[in-house]
Design a protein around this ligand. Sequence first.
Ligand SMILES: Cc1ncc(COP(=O)(O)O)c(C=O)c1O
Length: 431
Amino acid sequence: MSRLPSGDLLPRIETAPPGPRARQLCRDLDSYEAPGINTLGLGKDTVVWEEALGSNVLDVDGNRYLDLTAGFGVAAVGHRHPLVVSAIRRQASKLVHGLGDVHAHPSRVQLARELCRRAPVDDARVYFAVSGSDAVEIALETACLATGKPGVLAFDPAYHGLTLGALQVTSREEFRQPFLPLFHSWVRRLPFGCPVETIAELIEGHPDIGCVLLEPMVGREGLIPAPTGWIPGISDLCRRRGIALIADEIFTGLGRTGSWFAVESDGVRPDLLCCGKALAGGLPIGAVLGRQQLMEAWRGGHEALHTATFVANPLSCAAALAVLEVLERQGLPDRAAGLGRVIAERSQGWSDLYEAVVEVRGLGLAWGIELSSAAYAQELREGMLGDGILALVGGPEGHVLQICPPLVITDRQLAFALDSIETHLRPKTSS
Ligand SMILES: Cc1ncc(COP(=O)(O)O)c(C=O)c1O
């Protein structure tokens, strides 16, 4: 029986988090799980989630939180949206696992159609993935196959995932051979937002570069919107040079920044677009949407060159179809844009009023408060946790507090979160 009657509630703390049951479970986990894949190694017990609905999370000690993380940006339509849950139930009553790249199933066909219809990509085709990182690898491989050039231009900061090169230890030549050049990791980096002329010069000097990979707005590494005109400038450059533009919209896509895909607000149509996270409302899936002309590069072999056992999992596909429907029906990209304006207005002047606030920036429901140190960011995060608000810190030094709630967060919940932030920032003392 659920103890969360609805997902639009304000937080309620019963026991200072993490409570006794959470601490016990953390100790148990620490006894059995490898170090590194949980944050217990950092010496701190954490909150342990038991239930979630809408913008609320309930922990194992009965504390109710307001979730400003959206579960790493996954719960755009809210946790456990009823339409998503019933789509999963319906699908589960028929088929929970298909035969990957060998035998398809109807939900996969339907999702492929829907994604291609919505993609801001000319003549789009979809290549399904099992995660965000998997989608990034598929996009890089597509660019390598289609352009014949293995070089990649990426930016700093950027986060594109951590699953590098399982292929490098796989033995069969058929699978390895097409991507051998990538194994040398021909990645060059420029600062995010650097002048487009600098990018043009670098490309000029390195004819091996076949693609430019960018986040339309830096996510985990600090929530930094791209400068105005930057992405259109890069897009023009790529078109002129026959280089593939890959937009990693795993975090920004599906409404987060106030439009269906962030590149759309710039009128840009990338060659390849990666999505994941919010796509299946909490079930694992990723996808690359690419121009048909580039995707044709995969045609040929008798084996799929990039696939996985669980690719296009039926439950994930059914959930994703429901997520797309909810985003549209509830107008969530527009809602994110509207709430983004509320945050912009409310946070204006924070850097003048509060000690240690360097900058507040964002788009839609993806905002970052850059603080002058990681210690200040942790202090703010812990203060908010005491009020029942879950938030993450990001950025290369862990100095950016993130405001990335479900897009269904209510006006009242958002106001509560902003009040809490103001309470825990330290006012500047006049000297
Ligand atoms: C922009 C971006 N790309 C790729 C990834 C990797 O996705 P996953 O963790 O699903 O592999 C992430 C995850 O945070 C991301 O934010």
